[in-house]
Design a protein around this ligand. Sequence first.
Ligand code: UD1
Length: 426
Amino acid sequence: MDQERFLVGGGARLNGQVRVSGAKNSVLKLMGAALLAEGTTVLRNCPDIDDVPLMRNVLEGLGCTVEHSGDTVAITVPGDLSPRADFDAVRQFRASVCVLGPLTARCRRAVVALPGGDAIGSRPLDMHQLGLEKLGASTRIEHGCLVAEAGRLRGARIKLDFPSVGATENILTAAVLAEGVTTLDNAAREPEIVDLCEMLVSMGARIDGAGTNTITVDGVERLHPAEHEVVGDRIVAGTWAYAAAMTGGDVTVGGIDPIHLHLPLEKLRVAGAQVESYPAGFRVRGVGRLRAVNYQTLPFPGFPTDLQPMAIALAAVSEGASILTENVFESRFRFVDEMIRLGAEATIDGHHVMIRGKERLSSAPVWASDIRAGAGLVLAGLCAEPGGVTEVHDVFHIDRGYPDFVATLSALGADIRREGAGRHHR
Ligand code: UD1
């Protein structure tokens, strides 16, 4: 078990400039999409997070060679891929399921171990299966794996019940090599979907409508490798924005198109923070204590569920009561008990949580249950009483998604350090 923890001092204001690297939720899918073309695909602006080497293991298990140097990942894909992504490689992180579409298209067979549920709730794959079936594959669950088999895939009209990010990705990465036209309605519109489509287009795919809720794919016979720069991480950027606002700080964040954070930044403005947007970044200044605002998580361009813990942390120190409604994942309030341990006044009612803000939180030992919950707890710890130290445990979750988390916050003036006997030394 990982013994590492972060020690977070309360009371500091964050000041300075940071630049975010590529998005976790994009790079892993782009690495999976590289499987679609024989040869070497090169990805730049890759984040230094633990999920990238985990995805590398998945690809190597399928027969690829992966070279990782600095922020560049080069994936060499053989003509003959293994269609099996085994349990050992897949179980550690859910995003590995993104190899399903590319393997079904390339190998006409995919056997991908089911990653299982996690701390934010049950995460079924029914829409992924339905999409592949519409494209002509048969799918079944067998011995803990999702098995898809097909002749050549055929384009189809597919309508998703919900704009699932992962299902949209798997359908797109299968449809690009299908015969004929696929129309995907109620598709996810996240910037990471647009990034994936841009890379697929540079590999020779024919795609229209990325970023809207109807995406059309005209299948091609084969794709070629490409070079691509990963889109900036809007969730990491949003984390620093909320940290600046709630500590009364002044932080400029680069490497991100502020349109990708339109609603989270708008919420900060309404709460009373000063926000300036630039072509590739923004500046947030927290002026005095912010006012409570309400949130509803929704698919993009709605408020991202991945920033929900940061919104709860901000609400916990705002003036007045906030109601936050979680519409994307069923159990994403489990970490709220940890916030309560830090003194937050929060009441959960189904998929709503009501938070009554107070001037200061109170330092305590807390446990991270997933990447974003962990980051939200650190932000809350920054708003505990000066001199108090919040111990955040199970920080391996945070390392899965945030590059240089401690170094970035320290550079902004936070009192935070890593302690313990784990394997991370960032
Ligand atoms: C991705 C992100 C995650 C983010 C989420 C929503 C990655 C690696 N992860 O997850 O950080 O929080 O988008 O923005 O990119 N669902 C089904 N059946 C399906 C697929 C999904 O019922 O076949 C449900 C899920 O249980 C969930 C909702 O749809 O309640 C949204 O899930 P989805 O958009 O697919 O999220 P992920 O792609 O898993």
